[in-house]
Ligand binder design. Structure first.
Ligand SMILES: [Zn+2]
Length: 344
């Protein structure tokens, strides 16, 4: 497999603080790891800055302008958790543009799948405001770009970050062209993502939320993927699979309460690849969201890239069964989506 990767030093120019969990050290460590692994099959796709018009597919003009005005200023606080530094606007435009470049490379057949290793992350960013370490919503802009530029009409976004992707959900809440499926810790930041949030108007049924209890492990996540993520997606028949990949569900993550390991990330990736192979010639693109333990993040990203390339670190092995808590949550999700997707 040819795995497209986006890796640019400009993403290190979005400077928060050393003690801020979302700091340049995250990508620095990932980029160092990439230099140490065998590069066979890895295709570095150059990023470009997304244009104002592309960002405006999701974001309001006044907001884009407000972020642009932070350019060159040492630090601007955008929300209690989110800051812009002098280089943040340019980094954020390149984060969106990096993912757009991957979508083009995938659709042209230059790469089979890919992973945009970018920051700032995106899934909390709303149309008109920054939130939760996010400035522009990378994955949401990419989905709109796939519609406008490439004429796609069925785009799947799977979001396995610890946190609910409120910004992504809101971008497509009344839309049947984008199916958004999120697994996340609940109750937790940002507070959205309950079962009953299933979309509105034409979008009814095209938002699927799996609000998970604290402590879910590999077996629980794989159960949720097998019972919810894959079957709903198969009914939707996506033309491409976009993934908001958050590694803050790792058991060592300082922000999260989940217990996922590298092996779990490998298997989740494998399931998404199998889904994509079946539906859309394997087109699956991941974009980095959270993940705040540097070592766990780096090892997990490496594991995912190895899966994407077809040189897995972990081979198949029987999993322990899911917990009762996970089984209960899955049955509630099934009930919530039944009016739209039938009996799963
Ligand atoms: Zn997160």
């Amino acid at each position: 497999m040819r795995v497209g990767l986006v890796k640019e030093d400009i993403y290190l120019e979005h400077i928060t603080d050393d003690f801020h969990p979302e700091n340049p050290g995250r990508l620095k460590a990932i980029y160092e790891m990439l230099e140490e692994i065998d590069g066979e099959g890895l295709v570095y796709v150059p990023a470009r800055p997304a244009t104002g018009g592309e960002i405006a597919l999701v974001h309001e003009q006044h907001y884009i302008k407000m972020i642009e005005e932070t350019r060159g200023r040492v630090q601007t606080r955008l929300d209690p958790d989110t800051v812009a530094s002098a280089g943040s606007f340019d980094a954020a435009c390149m984060a969106v543009g990096g993912l757009l470049q991957l979508t083009d490379a995938t659709l042209s057949g230059e790469i089979d799948n890919g992973f945009a290793l970018v920051r700032p992350p995106g899934h909390h960013a709303e149309a008109g405001r920054a939130m939760g370490f996010c400035i522009f919503n990378n994955v949401a802009v990419a989905a709109r770009y796939l519609e406008k530029k490439h004429g796609l009409t069925r785009i799947l976004i799977v979001d396995f970050d610890l946190h609910h992707g409120n910004g992504t959900q809101h971008s497509f809440y009344e839309d049947s062209t984008v199916l958004y499926i999120s697994t996340h810790q609940y109750p937790y930041y940002p507070g959205t993502g309950w079962y009953e949030e299933t979309g509105q108007g034409k979008g009814k049924g095209y938002t699927v939320n799996v609000p998970l209890a604290y402590g879910m492990n590999d077996a629980d996540y794989l159960y949720v993927f097998k019972e919810i993520v894959v079957p709903v997606s198969r009914l939707f028949r996506p033309q491409i699979v976009l993934v908001s990949a958050g590694f803050d569900i790792h058991r060592n993550d300082p922000l999260g309460g989940m217990a996922v390991t590298e092996r779990g990330f490998a298997k989740m990736t494998r399931m998404l690849m199998d889904l994509a192979a079946h539906e859309c010639a394997g087109k699956v693109l991941l974009v980095l969201e959270g993940g705040y333990d540097i070592c766990a993040l780096t090892n997990s990203v490496k594991t995912v890239i190895m899966e994407l390339r077809g040189t897995p670190i972990y081979t198949a092995e029987d999993e322990d069964g899911e917990s009762d808590a996970a089984a209960k949550i899955v049955s509630k999700v099934k009930k919530a989506v039944k009016p739209y997707w039938g009996e799963l």
